[in-house]
Ligand binder design. Structure first.
Ligand SMILES: Cc1ncc(COP(=O)(O)O)c(C=O)c1O
Length: 421
């Protein structure tokens, strides 16, 4: 069992501080070793000793708090969970007079978090509403795995609130709405506040989960806009250095946290303490990294938009993006992800990727260094060609995770690679 009350109390305490201060300090004191080391220790242990048999029995019966076994909680994991609590909890406390308690759980991967949420909230016969465009494996899980448990998934074009209203009216008993904003890979946006308002008006019991991986809590806090749960692949911006695979769920409902904790115990998608230590370290520099990611992505998007070999650029920071006004309202910056259609389809896309020198050819995103990939043959290859076409993922689509290198070097690298197309 984890030290949950203390963790939540510390997260709440830090809500009154600014974002950068929370990134650095929230959670840090939870597991400070007796050595008084300035940096947190890594409790790389699978199990914890009991002072006596009575203590062991009490811990198992949850009569007292403490750590038992790392699948059920670990101090290094709790430090990172408390920090994430304090980051996603921004303004929720102020917005809710009843002083909402925000709780978080870390997982071994983003997919571990998404599938655990489904196992925690859905039962045979239930309906899940999900956004039109999702990360490929999330899409694959909803389309191919959940139906084997007799759970129906319904695709909703959440970018259009009228479509969400139609869907929730048709499926008022839907248990969960899950969407990404911005989406992977097309950077479409959903109006979180409006979507939550519509869904809750027709179906207060339908839980709403926003995959906030692309935006990070630095740019957007779905819980403060009405969502019930926030999901992250911590593999990405939160850890920031491409060193771990991890996931997170943060919720304002204790019953959801309890249901997730049961899934954690039964299914076992727990993160390793070392990965959580790296995640905690990464989150400390999130604000300065995100500022540079956003600035570089804006420069790259502007460069690509005027390039003759580029047919279309997808970046919410460009006035040409259909949801630019929503991005200005909903996000505190436009993020570090840029997608674009290259003229000449897959052949040109291959040439471009093979001629980048500074930008690495790799999937994943949110690393300090830039990554380029081709969704149709890589991250979204598990979708059928028809589903990809319906989602707007063409053979000439390239996704760029813009890193924090010098802006000029990135533009020169792309310029050079585009000459080969
Ligand atoms: C938006 C989004 N959500 C979820 C995931 C899944 O996360 P993970 O790879 O950590 O399992 C990814 C991975 O790329 C993603 O981009």
């Amino acid at each position: 069992m984890e030290d949950s009350k203390r963790k939540d109390a510390i997260a709440q305490f830090y809500l009154k501080y600014g974002f950068a201060t929370r990134c650095l300090h929230a959670g840090e004191k939870i597991a400070q070793p007796k050595s008084k080391a300035h940096t947190n220790a890594i409790f790389q242990t699978s199990t914890f000793t009991f002072d006596n048999a009575e203590e062991g029995a009490d811990l198992f019966a949850q009569r007292r708090e403490g750590f038992v076994y790392t699948r059920m909680g670990n101090p290094t994991v709790v430090v990172a969970e408390a920090k994430l609590n304090a980051l996603e909890g921004r303004e929720v406390k102020l917005a809710d007079p009843d002083n909402v308690r925000i709780t978080s759980l870390l997982f071994s991967s983003g997919m571990g978090a998404t599938s655990s949420l489904a196992y925690a909230l859905l039962q045979p016969g239930d309906v899940l509403l999900r956004g039109r465009v999702l990360y490929g494996s999330s899409d694959h899980f909803f389309v191919n795995v959940l139906p084997t448990f007799n759970i129906k998934q319904v695709i909703v074009d959440t970018e259009d609130p009228r479509e969400t209203e139609k869907a929730i009216k048709k499926y008022p008993k839907a248990k969960l709405l899950f969407f990404e904003t911005p989406t992977n890979p097309l950077l479409d946006l959903t109006d979180i506040a409006e979507t939550c308002r519509i869904v809750k008006q027709h179906s207060p019991d339908c839980m709403i989960c926003v995959d906030n991986t692309f935006a990070t809590p630095y740019l957007q806090n779905p819980l403060s806009l009405g969502a019930d749960i926030v999901m992250h692949s911590t593999t990405k911006y939160l850890s920031g250095h491409g060193t771990i695979v991890g996931g997170a769920l943060i919720t304002k409902h204790d019953w959801i946290k309890d249901a997730l904790y049961k899934v954690m115990k039964d299914h076992g998608p727990c993160p390793s303490p070392f990965d959580c230590w790296l995640l905690n370290l990464g989150m400390k520099t999130l604000p300065i990294r995100m500022e540079k990611h956003c600035a570089n992505a804006m420069a790259v998007a502007k460069f690509l938009e005027t390039h003759p070999k580029v047919a279309k650029v997808y970046f919410p920071g460009l006035p040409s993006h259909p949801a630019h006004e929503l991005a200005k309202k909903q996000m505190r910056g436009f993020g570090g992800m840029v997608a674009f259609d290259i003229k000449g389809g897959y052949e040109s896309a291959q040439k471009l990727m093979n001629h980048c020198h500074v930008i690495s050819l790799a999937v994943s995103l949110g690393c300090v260094d830039s990554l380029i990939q081709h969704p149709a043959s890589m991250t979204h290859s598990a979708m059928t060609p028809e589903a990809r076409a319906a989602a707007g993922i063409g053979d000439g689509l390239i996704r760029l995770s813009v890193g924090i290198e010098d802006e000029d070097d990135l533009i020169k690298d792309l310029d050079h690679a585009l000459k080969s197309c």
